[in-house]
Ligand binder design. Structure first.
Ligand SMILES: Nc1ncnc2c1ncn2[C@@H]1O[C@H](COP(=O)(O)OP(=O)(O)OP(=O)(O)O)[C@@H](O)[C@H]1O
Ligand SMILES: [Mg+2]
Length: 258
């Protein structure tokens, strides 16, 4: 089941996306390590979806590059890159049962024997017994797992997820966070998880990038971002914070005197 052979670091290099005069993604440069659980966290309108759509090939960058390992995929067609996206609105095929929804990518590629891979994928997301149901006969949480299975069956190197848990209520959300993390650990695919929920990013991700107005304000392990916010925006966005203004009056060895 592991997709590890096709998993490589994802590099965004000076990535820019403008809509007319408005710069939605402003000179983004970052590396997402292969096999990591990466969270892009930021307020509404900061450019998360736009970034993800460029990675998926659904939006053409204004300038800059997207590299998967040493391959430039900036202008590669969406279906040609090792990238499969999971959207907030699952977008399952309503007329197909769960098995056929998951089998879709394989059938389209002309794979003859889909039984084995689909069955083990349904086991991975714990939906084996539901294989012959239609999407409308599943809960939101279960539908979300079908969407993940349908994307993972193509063994993508990168799995962008745009607010994948946004439609779930709080309790199911927490449950699916644990599920998604387990699935990611098992398959070893790089997950790029977009959310505006701080707690979600902090509990799930190995690395969190905090985005504001098209730029990354800070990026690092959750603990570091939480304990050592580098800007007031990051501190405020991550939770309640007490800020006191001060003036640096001097230096004492490594420390600043305030
Ligand atoms: N096709 C478009 N044409 C013009 N402006 C756009 C287009 N797509 C996005 N934008 C603008 O770019 C900015 C970033 O949008 P984006 O969808 O990336 O935000 P987001 O971080 O995903 O927000 P949310 O959390 O609400 O989903 C927004 O101000 C949005 O209005
Ligand atoms: Mg969005």
């Amino acid at each position: 089941m592991a997709a590890t052979e096709s998993v490589q670091d994802l590099h965004l290099v000076n990535l820019v996306k403008s809509f007319g005069d408005f710069v939605a993604v402003d000179d983004l440069t970052l590396t997402i390590p292969a096999g990591s659980f990466f969270a892009l966290l930021g307020p509404s309108g900061c450019g998360k979806t736009t970034t993800l759509r460029m990675v998926a090939g659904l939006e053409d960058p204004t300038s800059g590059q997207i590299m998967l390992g040493s391959t430039d995929i900036t202008h590669e067609k969406p279906y040609k890159r090792h990238v499969n996206t999971v959207f907030q609105s699952y977008a399952l095929f309503p007329h197909l049962d769960i098995f056929e929804n998951v089998a879709f990518g394989l059938r389209r590629r002309g794979v003859k024997d889909v039984n084995g891979p689909v069955t083990s994928m349904l086991e991975l997301v714990e939906l084996g017994p539901m294989a012959r149901r239609k999407p409308a006969q599943l809960s939101g949480c279960q539908q979300q797992r079908v969407a993940v299975a349908r994307a993972l069956i193509n063994q993508p190197g990168v799995l962008p997820l745009d607010e994948p848990l946004g439609a779930l209520d709080l309790k199911l959300r927490r449950q699916m966070q644990i599920e998604l993390k387990r699935i990611q650990t098992e398959v070893g695919t790089t997950f790029v998880h977009v959310t505006h929920d701080q707690e979600e990013a902090m509990t799930m991700a190995d690395t969190v990038a905090v985005m504001n107005k098209g730029r990354i304000e800070q990026m690092g392990p959750p603990v570091e971002i939480y304990e050592l916010p580098r800007t007031a925006f990051v501190a405020n966005f991550l939770g309640q914070s007490n800020m006191v203004e001060g003036t640096v009056s001097g230096r004492s060895g490594e420390d600043l005197v305030v």
